[in-house]
Design a protein around this ligand. Sequence first.
Ligand SMILES: [Zn+2]
Length: 179
Amino acid sequence: MDGQWILIRSQLFKTMAILPISIYPDSILLKKAKKIKDPKSQEIQELILNMLETMKSSDGLGLAAPQVGKSLRLCVISFEGKTHILINPKVSSKSWKKVTGEEGCLSFPGVFLPIKRHKRVSVKAQDRNGDKLVIKADGMLSRILQHEIDHLEGIPFIKRMAKIKKSKDNEKIQWKKAL
Ligand SMILES: [Zn+2]
């Protein structure tokens, strides 16, 4: 993690580093994460860059701060070529309908389980500048958001395991990447 120092927008940052991932049953994964008061602080900006780098190097679809040893309400998502940085995210509405799909988690290497999630969610959060944002998501992005926000509540995905049954609601997609 001894990166060189670089200058971005008049602020000094260490070059991005790949952070070690907390593996279950590390207690940080079971703890409710703390709200971020100053999204623009150097500590948070540096953590965002390092989490993006860590997610990319792990080939993950999402990563929450507790997974890299920081009990803070921050997660990053990389889905369909788009990167989402969510600070203090909160599910503001959710569909009644739930769907079961296979999920993995970077904190549970090699474990893929059927998990039941709300089909659609709206999430309110702050972006990396501290500005408010809203994401309305369906399908896989909805699933990823719920998985990451659960991490901030200290809820590992195994707690959401669905009963295994054949249902027409089951998502056809098999999850190849973890969150
Ligand atoms: Zn996860």
